[in-house]
Design a protein around this ligand. Structure first.
Ligand SMILES: Cc1cc2nc3c(=O)[nH]c(=O)nc-3n(C[C@H](O)[C@H](O)[C@H](O)COP(=O)(O)OP(=O)(O)OC[C@H]3O[C@@H](n4cnc5c(N)ncnc54)[C@H](O)[C@@H]3O)c2cc1C
Length: 398
């Protein structure tokens, strides 16, 4: 794999993470899933080595680098067969939002822990009746004295059981206009009224998905990211007014990291297929000499490489502070990587013939897993909508 677009440090990071991934790999993940456990050993070791907080500010114990580096970490762990899905959420979305918009207290309380892996944060935006239409979310916060009371429902939120808190996207009423506007709240796992039930997913992954019910969850004023404006409604740059910006700040890292997740999985599957095609022989030559087997694998490789290019572009733009440019590239990268991953996994399973469907080779379950990146955090169709409207200027159907 060529990495000429990366600095020497980034290439060294890639190699070091790949070596760590190799020590864990797919067998480790399979045993974690079988035991109903969490990949704690890998999470802790990756954190200790500075990989999980590589994007977070140095003054809070992070590496002071950016999404380019964090996406390298996730891609390489995935390529080794041991991706850490919660990296998409905890350091990438939540870490970014708190580092950019949190109050000093919130930064001190969360960032060192997110960086050294001792704290994990989940992220909840999806609602049962809103789905892809996040304008429709109804989880609402209202004031009760200095506190907030948060009520609503969320669905498909990953890792709530292991996360110390969930960053919940809700809405508050604008004191001046009466309109509902987005706000982000840090909800501790054991907050009274915050209930979770596990969704029975057809996924073989250690990270579980939850439906959440928030029933008048009482939160202190400082649970609002960025802190509140004064209760007299005076304008400020606090959490109540900055919610939309905060939300958008998390979206580009989320898409870039989902691209990294998909790329890693696609590379892992392709690697297994190539190994197999090189040695499996049922005629005179190994099956990899038949172009019907070789070409689709070559195609999968090309498409993964192309998707990485777009991911690198998105990460570069994001790290340079170009949020708008990064938005288009991050959406395209997520789309391209998810599609490349789905195709690579499909072709890998096919390359192994019957063995592609055995537990021993462990590829079949990736068919389901690969679909996650096509659906979440934003579906293939919603990205095509975004590109139709934003990039091509076509009219909207909804
Ligand atoms: C494994 C997994 C982990 C997840 N983790 C989290 C998490 O941690 N936090 C969180 O908040 N959410 C999480 N999600 C939720 C995920 O972000 C949503 O599933 C996703 O946004 C799609 O929403 P939906 O499932 O309600 O689908 P819907 O919005 O109901 O969409 C269903 C189908 O309709 C299509 N569609 C909808 N609107 C349009 C349109 N206007 N034009 C064309 N097609 C359209 C979609 O593309 C899709 O194919 C997770 C999901 C999964 C599967």
């Amino acid at each position: 794999m060529s990495t000429v677009l990366e600095t020497e440090e980034q290439q060294a990071l890639r190699a070091a993470v790949a070596a760590l991934g190799k020590r864990y790999g797919r067998d480790y993940m399979t045993s974690v899933v079988r035991d109903g456990a969490h990949p704690r050993e890998l999470w802790t070791e990756a954190a200790k080595l500075g990989y999980l907080g590589v994007n977070l500010p140095e003054e809070y114990g992070g590496g002071g680098s950016g999404m380019a580096e964090l996406s390298i970490v996730l891609e390489e762990l995935g390529a080794a067969g041991s991706p850490l899905l919660m990296m998409v959420v905890s350091p990438a979305i939540c870490g970014t939002v708190i580092a950019r918009f949190g109050t000093d207290t919130q930064k001190q309380q969360w960032l060192p822990g997110l960086a050294d892996g001792s704290l994990t944060m989940a992220f909840g935006i999806t609602e049962p009746d809103a789905g892809s239409n996040s304008h429709r979310i109804t989880t609402t916060a209202r004031r009760d004295g200095e506190d907030w009371l948060l009520t609503g429902r969320k669905v498909f939120v990953s890792g709530v059981d292991i996360a110390d808190a969930t960053l919940v996207v809700g809405r508050t009423e604008d004191a001046r206009t009466g309109k509902l506007k987005p706000c982000l709240f840090i909800v501790p796992r054991d907050a009274p009224g915050f209930r979770r039930s596990q969704i029975d997913m057809e996924l073989q992954a250690p990270e579980k998905q939850f439906e959440l019910v928030l029933d008048d969850v009482r939160l202190p004023a400082d649970a609002l990211v960025g802190g509140g404006t004064s209760r007299s409604g005076a304008a400020g740059s606090g959490g109540e007014d900055a919610g939309l910006l905060q939300l958008f700040a998390g979206l580009n890292p989320e898409r870039i990291m989902t691209a990294a997740f998909a790329l890693g999985m696609g590379r892992y599957a392709l690697g297994r297929a190539v190994e197999y095609a090189r040695t499996r022989q049922v005629w005179k030559e190994p099956i990899g000499s038949h172009q019907a087997i070789a070409h689709p694998l070559a195609q999968a490789h090309i498409e993964l490489e192309l998707a990485r290019l777009m991911m690198q572009k998105a990460a570069r733009l994001y790290d340079e502070g170009d949020d708008i440019g990064a938005g288009e590239a991050a959406n395209m990268a997520k789309y391209a990587a998810a599609e490349a991953c789905v195709k690579a996994v499909d072709q890998a399973v096919h390359t192994l013939g019957g063995n592609g469907l055995t537990r021993e080779y462990g590829l079949a379950s990736l068919i389901t897993a690969a679909r996650v990146a096509r659906i979440a955090p934003v579906s293939r169709e919603m990205i095509l909508n975004y590109v139709s409207h934003q990039s091509l200027g076509l009219p909207k159907s909804y």
